[in-house]
Design a protein. Structure first.
Length: 239
């Protein structure tokens, strides 16, 4: 694995910039720019790809009869797939996301969810919650797959901030390096389109390699069918 310092050093050499004595404590404008570009690239990479673990993680929520549950403090965003949130019990049905407050209030006032269980996210960094309608019954479990904001590991501890020369980057070295370089060249009004094109190719390759099943489908149907795709109400009254 590659340290963050090694990535910054490689990017600096590509840009014909002298490496500081310490990237962690450096305060000169050029070094600060490089660290800004590192952070911008890291954020872009995390937001655009559902990387495999340890960047991606799962957490299990156990129902207690209430609506809202706390998500882990390292939560950045949900995976972008239909099974990012699903019930482990019963039919193992995926939960349906609600993105608008008005829609959530409508479901709440209606007081019935039919064959579906809806969820929504609320909160901010290190204080995210996930709410369910209808509320999770006691001991019902839901699996949540998400992207962690932690992209560094040091002595076995994952973290989200570059603070130590021994910090190891969990994201692809070449992708982060190229992202820093094209951003630096753009800032300095130098030609950067070729490096940006390389960055996008590496990003696309990373997406494909991390999530190997890729197919363009205009039917709107799931790529894998199962008996659980047919929604069944939680309660079926006797005839």
């Amino acid at each position: 694995m590659t340290t963050v310092v090694e990535i910054l050093n490689r990017a600096a050499r590509q840009c014909s910039v002298s490496e500081p004595a310490s990237w962690v404590s450096a305060t000169d404008p050029t070094a600060l720019e490089f660290k800004d570009f590192l952070d911008e690239t890291r954020e872009d990479v995390q937001m655009r790809c559902d990387w495999v673990g340890p960047i991606s993680k799962t957490t299990v929520i156990t129902g207690t009869g209430v609506e809202d549950y706390a998500l882990p403090t390292n939560f950045l965003r949900l995976h972008r797939d239909d099974y990012a949130v699903y019930e482990r019990n019963r039919t193992r049905r995926p939960c349906v996301p609600v993105t608008r407050d008005g829609e959530w209030e409508y479901i709440d006032e209606l007081g019935i969810t039919g064959a579906y269980r809806f969820f929504r996210l609320q909160g901010y960094d290190e204080n995210w919650t996930i709410g369910f309608k209808e509320e999770l019954e006691t001991d019902l479990t839901v699996v949540v797959s998400y992207v962690s904001k932690n992209w560094i590991v040091n002595a076995g501890t994952e973290k989200s901030e570059f603070t130590d020369a021994a910090d190891v980057c969990l994201l692809p070295r070449r992708l982060i390096e190229t992202g820093i370089v094209w951003r630096f060249r753009r800032r300095k009004a130098l030609p950067y389109q070729d490096v940006l094109a390389e960055y996008e190719i590496l990003m696309a390759r990373g997406n494909t390699d991390n999530r190997t099943r890729r197919r363009i489908d205009f039917s709107g149907q799931p790529q894998i069918r199962s008996p659980f795709d047919i929604p069944v109400p939680d309660f079926i009254p006797p005839s």
